[in-house]
Design a protein around this ligand. Structure first.
Ligand code: IMP
Length: 183
């Protein structure tokens, strides 16, 4: 779906597909250098990070394994509660693996902080984070993001995996959702 297809539902286009792909290519080149000769496992949280995962994994000119987990922060609101529950765990054993968490967006950072601690406890050889988007509040959270894409304003955004009520995930770019959609 193109940004133009939902023009009435968005107030501002933040990132086009081209800008996102250029950034992912940049991050992929860094990962190839940092992990030369290593066996890397990319881990993404469903469903938001699916698009980042698909594009990053294909952009990398090295073998990687991919795995997914599904977590839920309680509630249906647009704000993170920080209470996380695992709906589907990883298939892979992380012991001794070089793991990169692939994230779509960091808002409060609560989800990521929880995820990092959870995966760290499984004994990986290394654990780093890639996040495509970051909101202002995330800067206050002490989560070290090695590979990072774009800072965005503090607004509710959709597209490129990010949803509102399960819609807009298949939008190619990232845009600010118009308040009339959720108010
Ligand atoms: P955090 O725990 O506050 O950092 O929230 C992280 C999760 O909340 C992300 O992985 C998204 O699934 C969701 N999220 C945060 N901000 C947005 C947004 O603007 N649009 C859609 N989903 C969001």
């Amino acid at each position: 779906m193109e940004l133009a297809d939902v023009a009435d539902d968005i107030t501002e286009v933040l990132l086009t597909q081209e800008q996102i792909h250029a950034k992912i290519a940049e991050l992929a080149r860094r990962i190839e250098k940092d992990y030369a000769g290593e066996n890397v496992l990319l881990v993404a949280v469903l469903k938001g990070a699916v698009m980042v995962m698909a594009d990053l994994a294909r952009e990398l000119k090295m073998h990687v394994e991919i795995d997914f987990m599904s977590v839920s922060s309680y509630g249906m609101s647009t704000e993170s509660s920080g209470v996380v529950r695992i709906l589907k765990d990883l298939d892979a054993d992380l012991t001794g693996r070089h793991v990169i968490i692939v994230e779509d967006i960091i808002d409060s950072g609560l989800t990521l902080a929880w995820l990092r601690a959870n995966l760290e406890s499984r004994g990986p050889a290394s654990l780093q984070i890639l996040a495509l988007l970051r909101k202002p509040a995330a800067a206050k959270v002490d989560v070290d993001v090695r590979y990072f894409g774009f800072d965005i304003p503090n607004a509710f955004v959709v597209g490129y995996g990010l949803d509102y009520a399960e819609k807009y995930r298949n939008l190619r770019g990232v845009a600010v959702l118009a308040p009339h959609v959720y108010e």
